[in-house]
Design a protein around this ligand. Structure first.
Ligand code: HEM
Ligand SMILES: *[C@@H]1O[C@H](CO)[C@@H](O)[C@H](O)[C@H]1NC(C)=O
Ligand SMILES: *[C@@H]1O[C@H](CO)[C@@H](O)[C@H](O)[C@H]1NC(C)=O
Length: 324
């Protein structure tokens, strides 16, 4: 029995190595068999109360992985030598869901103390959120460990800004081992969730310094956005990224881009700036199943960005701080 378990672990390790990664879905099967179920049930309860939270949890995994890898660095509060990533430009007044992660972690600590990492919680919660919103399912590779530090500068520099150029965003993806297909598919996350006025105001009034709005934005849509997103003030006012079906994970995001109704510049440029991404947008708009399949693949790829494994990092007891 012990022998066959050992052989199984060896086999898993070989498979993981061949795959170029040390993460695998069965990581907690013996140490905390209830782990996935506990995460799912808390996320389901929270999303049932507040559908918006599905989007916020999905985004946290992205903002974690692009900074020092998927290591829960985004969850650390400031203290000691740590300067929290929560204060970065992309996260400040925007990233949310930290209390939900606390709640998931507390539920896990009761059943399996110091076993399930905060980084894996983010990966599982992102998947569960996607499924609960009506999107694709996938098996989440697990075994990430939690960082001992955070990187405010990494959060400011690595996470794309909504007014970055096509090339700048693509470069930021490539620096994380993601390609142009991942860029298009993962942007499909904007089929759910909200953006603040400040994230797209530039497009409404003075897009390139000539006092003109962004003409790649449907002008009647722009006119509807302006009252709640004036030239000054209202920075934090919220708008749906996909007004057609704001809480449903579907392919309407891509359909919006084709009719010039992508809310963020970083959304619309997928259709206007590059032939390959334009073709992908058309394909995903025409075929939701194709989008779902690629989204799942790209999420696994994103979740594999330089995780801490083995004895590196730690399993935090509280996701907001390193163990004392
Ligand atoms: C391609 C480059 C990307 C850019 C420039 C970008 C930018 C943004 C911006 C500006 C917002 C609105 C934030 C606010 O105003 O408070 C947002 C929201 C969101 N982003 Fe992205 N994003 C990108 C890629 C991604 C990826 C890869 C994912 C997930 C895999 C993602 C998931 C989300 C979600 C779900 C929301 C809504 C969050 C909420 O409602 O709480 N984004 N993004
Ligand atoms: C992008 O937005 C930031 C913040 O609003 C602004 O400072 C910057 O000038 C903008 N960049 C471009 C190229 O428009
Ligand atoms: C638009 O922006 C440019 C450069 O940022 C500035 O010089 C100009 O005054 C602005 N125009 C308007 C109409 O706000």
């Amino acid at each position: 029995m012990t022998h066959s378990i050992t052989m199984f672990m060896v086999l898993i390790s070989i498979l993981a190595l061949a795959n170029g990664s040390y993460l695998y879905p069965q990581f907690y099967d013996r140490s905390c068999p209830q782990a996935k179920q506990i995460v799912q049930s808390v996320v389901a309860k929270v999303v049932a109360k507040e559908a918006h939270m599905a989007a916020s949890l999905l985004r946290l995994h992205f903002h974690d992985c692009f900074v020092k890898g998927c290591d829960a660095s985004i969850l650390l509060d400031s203290g000691g030598s740590i300067i929290s990533e929560k204060g970065s430009v992309p996260n400040r007044n925007s990233a949310r869901g930290f209390e939900v992660v606390d709640q998931i972690k507390a539920a896990l600590e009761k059943v399996c103390p110091q076993t399930v990492s905060c980084a894996d919680i983010l990966a599982l919660a992102a998947r569960d959120s996607t499924v609960l919103a009506g999107g694709p399912n996938w098996e989440v590779p697990l075994g990430r460990r939690d960082s001992l530090g955070a990187s405010l500068s990494g959060s400011n520099q690595n996470i794309p800004a909504p007014n970055n150029t096509f090339q700048t965003i693509l470069t930021k993806f490539k620096l994380k081992g993601l390609d142009i297909v991942d860029f298009v598919a993962l942007s499909g996350s904007h089929t759910i969730g909200n953006a603040r006025c400040t994230s797209f105001r530039q497009r409404l009034y003075n897009n390139s310094g000539n006092g003109q709005p962004d003409l790649s934005l449907d002008q009647s849509y722009a006119a509807k956005l302006r009252p709640n997103c004036p030239r000054s003030g209202g920075d934090q006012n919220l708008f749906f990224l996909d007004p057609v079906s704001p809480r449903k994970f579907d392919n309407s995001y891509y359909k919006n881009l084709i009719v010039s109704k992508g809310l963020l510049s970083s959304d619309e440029i997928l259709f206007t700036q590059n032939q390959q991404t334009m073709q992908l947008v058309k394909q995903y708009a025409a075929n939701q199943e194709l989008f779902f399949q690629q989204f799942a693949k790209s999420m696994i790829k994103m979740g594999n960005i330089t995780p801490l494994t083995g004895k590196r990092g730690q399993i935090r007891k509280i996701c907001r701080k390193v163990n004392g």
